[in-house]
Design a binder for this molecule. Structure first.
Ligand SMILES: CCCCCCCCCCCCC[C@H](O)CC(=O)SCCNC(=O)CCNC(=O)[C@H](O)C(C)(C)COP(=O)(O)OP(=O)(O)OC[C@H]1O[C@@H](n2cnc3c(N)ncnc32)[C@H](O)[C@@H]1OP(=O)(O)O
Length: 947
């Protein structure tokens, strides 16, 4: 895991050897510790160089280790030995120094970077913070503003920028290791004290408070509801205001709070899910590692609408020559100008020259005879597409791959009109195609593995997150969208308003609720598709009940809105009203309210109060349910693929992990129970019927031998304080012992749904805590977090029971903050997070009980008559959202608009468009400070923390 060599007779060269990224796993930490000890004790050694094998310094802590119990030597003492040593240690950074890898370099006395290396602290994107001293050392080295920016965004910087900031001592175009060896020898004998970053004083700007306040406001706006950036700011504040050792303590307390949070789990899941999606697999057995892609040097794009233009740009900027085809001269010229403008702007932003020489524009399909691959992006009309494919089949050389950018039509029907069905596949880009990262690669029944491998590899080359999906109406993303949109409009019928539904979804974390997003995308496109598919318009049999189609519930309200010429933002009116066409500021419209009231009275619908919880459950559980159906149908290989599609294509909040992950966090049994409940209430909505596979999966899991084994194990440990009933969120005992039973897919991830789990316990004395402020004005951000948490508990306080042994809460559990596992207590004058006590169902006089893992009403509640007002209000995270403005792609094949997210041409995975929700849990104005005496949170003043 690390090689030790003596080179140049007096330099110890320590090479990290843990492919692929030399992550700091337990054996690597061991090896570094041993190697340093050896180097420091060997009199022949006068200096040390640390580098990484295969041109990669270090990708940081081994993220996979975070899912299990922490083993091996802790990282910080290993790194401290490097700094404390009396021999100069030089980090030779090639490739990357990220996270813990960057922190390792910061403990070295000198840093040399190869000119192509990238450095950064991306922990925040994983829901944690740089907890091996990164938050304390970087501000000391480069000052607060620059460190704050790097730590709160996770941005990777170049070697040149690192030199400019003072992070590295030298940048070389040569081998960094060779350069570092020379450098190390020259450093021998020079004083080491000034090189020890821990001894430096953080340059403290006079306006520190204002700076941190501005940073706080910025991250709250950019990533509302996300905890890690706020914790990062608190840690940086500590670097500015505390001595190093105290700052380190603060850093580790903050890390402990984040480490087991649901957000960290979700974000780390997203990291691996994205990489898993690249390892595609088909029902035929063909997969990423047994199918060879073809090299694509030239391509053609047919249609220069919004989608076509974006695809041309995506291809050209990675060096593929592109022939762009349009049907009319005017359209061609217009498309040409727009593509050139886009490429020029893109090149300017990236500091490269625009690859305009790769482009050719033509009106003739004949020009395509020699290209390697064609992507058709014409109007979403099967007859038209078939004509194009027939023509392509005649014109293109026999080996040319023919792909379609349809957003949901039958790819096999197109394959069928060609002479090469095995070379036909779908490449479903999301709008705008040069910005959006998602690509669904649609595998038809006749698509060859080579065709899929080529489309996947081309997607990767274009910088897309490509996911292989099956050929069914709407594929994966748009297929799931249909039931989601249906639920939203059914909820309108039943009594909700567009703004209420949007707010619930935005509080959950979506940047825009479904109605605001539909207004942005334009309502007319969906209306046209619904008319074409006979769901509305003159073709509908007048005898057909207005609220039924094909025996299923149908909501005609969206059609009625369109009939009034309300097409969304572009017409200044849609589900909302706008000051003028094109305006983005959505305001509730009394006319829509009237329309809804008239509609309800026309159909005799008694409006009822609908809770946010019902909105979230119906919209999101139905999404996951359709995901299970898709898995059962074999249209997606894994739940991760579905989640990746929703994260990158539909702006699902990343800190929620995706619809499938979210369902697993809630608990599949719970999701199934709620779906059954809603389906009973709405039997004419088939999408609410729980999918058999998931249901039987859950039943099977309950009967599994492996589960029996786990339960037997757990029961044998009965009475041990570290075994608790499973909250559906923690790591199960069997999993951490390597005996994961895989009946639930989530077990693959390490969060199991077995009944008993091993709970890593934390002594009360080590809880993240903060002094209770004397007055509200003393509020710190930590208190801010605590108070927010307290407020949240207060909202649902009737559901709490006193802890089983309040006099002796020796152990607490630092886990999911947002699934309400925690209460905030004042213990010995400090605010602490304390795990919520288990609920005793047998207690006769208790208030209504809830499942700790979710805040849903009890089974006997009806939608009309809810007695418990719990709402699933959680943090939210905005994503930039983009409408599909093109007619050729803005709608799914089933007649609904699809929601698409973009990254605003930015690589920042946490970036958002800044839409803030006033209802966000962490919003400043909702976070009024409660004095502990005013709160009904239990106050425990005199606990012996040593009990
Ligand atoms: C009460 C409880 C208290 C708890 C306290 C706990 C304290 C715990 C310890 C504290 C110490 C903290 C140390 C540190 O601050 C934390 C970290 O370092 S977190 C990690 C930070 N690093 C990153 O985020 C980098 C992540 N990786 C990347 O961005 C990219 O992989 C890359 C390095 C830029 C390389 O990109 P590519 O070349 O494109 O390659 P891939 O991305 O496809 O990756 C290849 C392969 O490697 C796997 N991988 C990458 N990085 C890691 C990693 N850090 N750990 C584990 N595995 C990693 C990746 O998954 C791929 O695997 P494959 O898919 O091929 O199986």
């Amino acid at each position: 895991m690390a090689r030790y060599e003596l080179v140049k007779r007096s330099v110890a060269l320590i090479t990290l050897t843990n492919p692929p990224v030399n992550a700091l796993s337990s054996p690597v930490r061991h090896a570094i510790a041993n190697s340093m000890e050896r180097a420091l004790s060997d009199p022949k050694v006068r200096a040390v160089v640390i580098c990484g094998e295969n041109g990669r310094f270090c990708g940081g802590a081994d993220i996979r280790e975070f899912a299990g119990p922490l083993r091996g030597p802790p990282l910080i003492p290993v790194l401290e030995a490097i700094e404390a040593g009396d021999k100069p240690v030089v980090a030779a950074i090639e490739g990357m120094a990220l996270g813990g890898g960057f922190e390792l370099a910061l403990f070295c006395h000198y840093r040399i970077a190869q000119s192509k290396a990238r450095l950064g602290l991306p922990e925040v994107t994983l829901g944690i913070l740089p907890a091996a001293g990164g938050t304390q050392r970087l501000p000391r080295l480069i000052g607060i503003p620059a460190a704050l920016e790097m730590i709160t965004t996770g941005r990777h910087i170049s070697a040149q920028e690192a030199l400019k900031l003072g992070i590295v001592d030298q940048v070389t175009d040569q081998n960094a290791c060779e350069t570092a060896l020379e450098f190390a020898l020259k450093a021998v004998g020079k004083p080491l004290s000034p090189r020890r970053v821990s001894t430096l004083t953080t340059p403290c700007p006079p306006d520190l408070d204002a700076l941190l306040e501005a940073a706080t406001m910025q991250v709250k706006k950019k990533t509302p509801g996300v905890m890690a950036p706020l914790a990062c700011i608190q840690a940086v504040r500590a670097a500015a205001t505390m001595p190093y050792s105290k700052g380190m303590k603060q850093e580790s307390e903050l890390m402990a709070t984040l480490f087991n949070s649901g957000q960290a789990r979700a974000l780390q899941y997203c990291f691996f899910a994205q990489r898993t999606a690249g390892k595609w697999t088909l029902p035929s057995g063909a997969q990423w590692n047994n199918s060879k892609p073809r090299e694509i040097r030239s391509a053609a794009v047919i249609g220069l609408g919004t989608m076509g233009r974006g695809i041309v740009v995506s291809l050209a900027r990675v060096g593929i020559s592109v022939i762009a085809v349009e049907s009319e001269k005017k359209l061609l010229e217009n498309g040409r100008q727009m593509v050139i403008g886009m490429l020029e702007r893109d090149a300017k932003r990236r500091g490269v020259s625009a690859s305009l020489n790769l482009l050719k524009f033509t009106l003739s399909l004949q020009d395509l005879k020699d290209v390697d691959l064609v992507i058709e992006a014409v109007f979403e009309d099967m007859a038209l597409k078939k004509r194009v494919f027939q023509e392509l089949s005649k014109v293109c050389r026999p080996g040319t791959l023919l792909c379609t950018n349809t957003s949901g039509l039958d790819v096999d029907a197109l394959a069928g009109v060609t002479d090469r069905p095995h070379l036909v596949a779908g490449m479903h880009f999301f709008s705008p195609a040069h910005v959006m990262k998602l690509l669904e690669v649609v595998c038809g029944p006749r698509s060859s593995s080579e065709t899929i491998a080529t489309a996947m590899s081309l997607g990767k080359k274009m910088g897309k997150v490509s996911v292989a999906v099956g050929n069914c109406p709407g594929f994966v993303g748009n297929r799931m969208l249909k039931p989601y949109l249906d639920q939203a409009t059914f909820l309108l019928e039943e009594g909700a308003t567009p703004e209420q539904i949007d707010k619930a979804l935005e509080d959950f974390g979506f940047a825009m609720g479904v109605f605001r997003m539909s207004d942005l995308a334009g309502l007319d496109v969906g209306w046209r598709v619904r008319k074409e598919s006979g769901l509305t318009g003159p073709d509908v049999d007048p005898k057909n009940p207005p609220r039924k189609r094909q025996g299923r519930r149908y909501c005609p309200i969206p059609d009625m809105v369109c009939e009034q010429g309300r097409f969304g933002q572009k017409t200044g009116r849609g589900w909302y009203k706008y000051d003028k066409p094109g305006d983005t500021n959505a305001k509730p419209d009394p006319l829509i309210q009237n329309l809804l009231e008239t509609y309800r009275s026309r159909y005799g619908i008694q409006p009822r109060n609908i809770s946010d919880q019902e909105i979230i459950e119906r919209c999101l559980f139905v999404l996951a349910n359709e995901g299970f159906r898709i898995l059962e149908d074999g249209m997606a290989a894994r739940p991760e693929d579905i989640d990746v599609i929703y994260l990158f294509g539909y702006a699902f909040p990343r800190h929620r992990g995706g619809p499938m992950f979210y369902a697993s966090m809630v608990g599949l049994e719970r999701v199934l129970e709620r779906l059954e409940h809603y389906h009973q209430a709405h039997p004419d909505v088939p999408h609410l019927e729980p999918i058999t596979m998931a249901y039987t999966g859950a039943q099977k899991a309950l009967k599994s031998d492996k589960l029996d084994e786990a339960q037997a194990l757990a029961k044998s440990c009965a009475g041990r304080p570290d075994f608790l009933p499973c909250d559906g969120l923690s790591i199960c005992a069997t999993h951490s012992h390597g005996k994961c039973f895989k009946l639930h897919w989530c077990c693959h991830l390490g969060w199991c749904h077995c009944k008993y789990v091993y709970q890593p316990m934390t002594n009360v004395a080590q809880l993240p805590s903060t002094p209770v402020p004397a007055a509200p004005s003393d509020c710190t951000d930590t208190i801010d977090l605590s108070i927010s948490l307290t407020e949240r508990f207060l909202r649902i306080s009737p559901c709490f029971l006193p802890p089983p042994c309040p006099e002796s809460p020796k152990y607490c559990n630092i886990a999911e903050l947002f699934i309400d596992d925690y209460i905030v207590k004042r213990i010995n004058g400090k605010m602490c997070y304390v795990q919520r006590p288990p609920i005793h169902t047998e207690a006769p006089s208790t208030p209504p009980q809830i499942n700790p893992a979710s805040l849903t009403p009890q089974k006997q509640h009806t939608e009309d008559k809810q007695t418990v007002e719990e709402t699933v209000k959680g943090p939210k995270m905005g994503h930039c959202s983009s409408p599909s403005s093109s007619e050729d792609s803005g709608i799914n094949a089933l007649g609904g608009h699809y929601l698409e997210s973009c990254e605003e041409e930015s690589e920042d995975e946490l970036s958002t468009d800044g839409h803030s929700s006033p209802g966000s849990l962490w919003d400043q104005d909702e976070c009024t400070l409660l004095s502990p005496s005013k709160s009904i949170v239990e106050i425990i003043e005199n606990i012996e923390t040593t009990v």
